[in-house]
Design a protein around this ligand. Structure first.
Ligand code: GCU
Length: 620
């Protein structure tokens, strides 16, 4: 099949598309990737506070299910002069594509919900955008991509600048040396194909939204720039701030100054040979961040010509026995799980309006906590949680049965964990890093996840590490004795009594046995209902059934002495290709307390009352 696009092309874009397609296919095909470049690590943090030129908006797009840019109709690579492709197409050779006359897609945004023909599309899409840029001398320029699902390959002015795998974390490609003063263009191939050795793997209970799903921008920084930092309140204190700043290309001894003007503190430290400067600040009168008082301070970081500002809250999070301690005091997490599904329009949530709606509903529910499932959400979510005082469980998509026996998959998980922590380590709202969801309990998987737990503790010793575990059911007893629990600070566990087995009322007589004297969070519970479908509470899919299920859950949860939090599944209905019951699911998981069109179900009000009356969990 030949890609039957326009024959009227701009030679430059033909060359670019051909070169890009070649490199993309080399990455993904069995052909030795002669032009592949090393993966670039995430480099920038606090990007939303740096001067940047947005590339959001309309991008030309070419849907390329067969990789036809370079493979002819017998499936052979069109090679001629050893460069695999005509560097200068023969004038009589009709080209089959043209970005300039191709339709556009909005960026940010998944492609699935932008065109009906793309709802189920899974594969490569080529994005192209022209832009004008005037770089200042003595600066580095990075192309910053907030997230692209699932694999990305990036060219600027026909030069490959980077690639990335992982659909929910940011990455940066240095473009300093390939930019021209004036007109430039960028081509990004995003391939949403699910991979057996991917993270997540082939099976998920959410829609595989593909594309440039978060912001794209050009960020310029000085030659020596701050690329990572950590400030946190030392556990057991209310005024001692410890931290470090990492500066790229700074000579040992270069100074870094950190200040918090509102509390009149400032310190200067010197970077060591590894580029890191460590410091301590004594901040008398610091107002601690908490859900009831989400106080944020403007923090200024300066080194050489680089200056960064951030808005940060200071608090401590810890465990003591089975208690979770926020600022030294026990807290119960009245929460809800949230998928990054856009209210009303559906598709991948990313905008300020999306996050305001989702966290606004959580706040209306009476939640002081949210589980952002099953992957890191847009940074706007954790920024808003910081401002609203909502505690956050953030997780990487180590979901269900990934290839736990594959070292390359462990490396992918470690990369995504690193990218998640690096982006949000300075957000007070984030208190829990989760390394897994409902993974099969076997020694290979446990060793794999213990490695991730150790990574999380090393990368961020200031937070708690958890995972959502599966329970073992014996009659009316639920047993949580997954060996991974030994390594976790907080035990998460998912249960669906009253939905996947048993009746809602069976929850009243269910006994829980937890093998660990650690805090327990019921990280998932619930059942489905179609908003507006009413009937007897014994009829599944009615709002009455779902509400009754929640009433019985609350009775059961109050019988679990070490329960310290809950994040019922799920705030809002979300798309899933696994949920196809006609007239009931129609491609949506209906366990939402709210429909995808914003209609609150009866169960929303049952849970809201329980939270408001402190009728579930130890009232703190
Ligand atoms: C699982 C899983 C969720 C899924 C839910 C369900 O626990 O973690 O991702 O959507 O159950 O069955 O609805």
């Amino acid at each position: 099949m030949r890609l039957s696009l326009s024959c009227f092309v701009r030679p430059r874009l033909v060359r670019q598309f051909a070169a890009s397609m070649l490199a993309f296919l080399l990455m993904t095909a069995c052909i030795p990737a002669a032009y592949a470049q090393e993966k670039q690590p995430t480099l920038l943090v606090d990007v939303d506070h740096r001067p940047a030129m947005s590339l959001d908006g309309e991008w030309h797009s070419i849907i390329d299910p067969y990789g036809s840019g370079l493979y002819g109709f017998h499936g052979k690579l069109r090679t001629t002069d050893g460069y695999f492709m005509n560097a200068t197409p023969k004038p009589d050779a009709p080209a089959d594509y043209n970005f300039a006359t191709s339709p556009t897609l909005k960026v940010p945004g998944d492609w699935n919900t932008q065109r009906p023909s793309l709802l189920y599309y899974e594969g490569p899409v080529w994005y192209e955008k022209d832009f004008t840029y005037h770089a200042r001398p003595g600066t580095h320029v990075f192309l910053h991509i907030g997230a692209a699902n699932y694999r990305s390959y990036v060219w600027v002015n026909t030069k490959k600048v980077c690639e990335h795998e992982g659909g929910f974390t940011p990455f940066d490609c240095e473009v300093t040396n390939v930019l021209k003063d004036g007109k430039n263009f960028v081509v990004i191939a995003v391939d949403s194909t699910r991979l057996a050795d991917g993270v997540p793997t082939l099976q998920t209970d959410w829609w595989n939204y593909g594309g440039l799903t978060r912001d794209v921008s050009l960020v310029s920084v000085p030659e020596q720039f701050v690329d990572d930092y950590d400030l946190h309140l030392r556990r057991g204190t209310t005024t001692q701030i410890d931290g470090w700043v990492h500066v790229v290309d700074a000579p040992a001894g270069a100074s870094v100054t950190v200040s918090i003007p509102e509390v009149k503190v400032q310190t200067t430290a010197q970077v060591s040979a590894d580029g890191r400067a460590e410091f301590h600040l004594q901040a008398a009168g610091l107002e601690l961040w908490s859900p009831s008082h989400p106080k944020l301070y403007r923090v200024l970081i300066r080194s050489g010509n680089d200056s960064l500002e951030d808005d940060m809250g200071f608090r401590t999070i810890d465990v003591r026995g089975t208690e979770i301690l926020l600022n030294g005091k026990p807290i119960f997490l009245h929460g809800v799980s949230i998928h990054a599904e856009a209210p009303y329009r559906t598709g991948r949530a990313w905008s300020e309006q999306d996050v305001q709606t989702l966290l606004g509903w959580a706040h209306e529910l009476g939640a002081n906590y949210v589980r952002l499932a099953h992957y890191p959400h847009d940074q706007r979510m954790t920024r808003l949680a910081d401002r609203m005082g909502i505690l956050v469980w953030s997780e990487i998509p180590t979901y269900w049965a990934i290839e736990f026996d594959n070292p390359a998959v462990l490396a992918k998980c470690e990369q995504q964990l690193h990218e998640m922590i690096r982006r949000d380590r300075d957000k007070a709202s984030v208190i829990l890093w989760s390394v897994a969801n409902e993974t099969p309990n076997n020694p290979v998987r446990t060793k794999f996840l213990e490695t991730l737990v150790a990574d999380a503790h090393r990368l961020d010793p200031t937070r708690l590490v958890t995972a959502a575990l599966l329970v073992r059911t014996q009659g009316m007893t639920e047993i949580v004795d997954d060996p991974l629990g030994q390594a976790l600070d907080v035990i998460g566990t998912n249960e669906y009594i009253g939905w996947y087995g048993y009746k809602p009322a069976d929850a009243d007589n269910t006994v829980w046995k937890i093998a660990y004297q650690k805090p327990l969070i019921m990280s998932e519970l619930g059942g489905g209902a179609v908003a507006g479908l009413h009937g007897p509470k014994t009829q599944m899919w009615t709002e009455e059934y779902q509400a009754d299920l929640y009433r019985h859950q609350i009775v059961m949860l109050n019988h679990i002495p070490q329960l310290r939090g809950m994040s019922p599944w799920v705030l809002m209905d979300f798309r899933s290709p696994r949920r196809v019951l006609p007239g009931i699911q129609d491609g949506f998981n209906r366990k939402g307390l709210i429909s995808d069109q914003g209609k609150k179900k009866m169960a929303f009000y049952v849970l809201q009352k329980a939270y408001k009356d402190n009728a579930v969990g130890k009232a703190q």
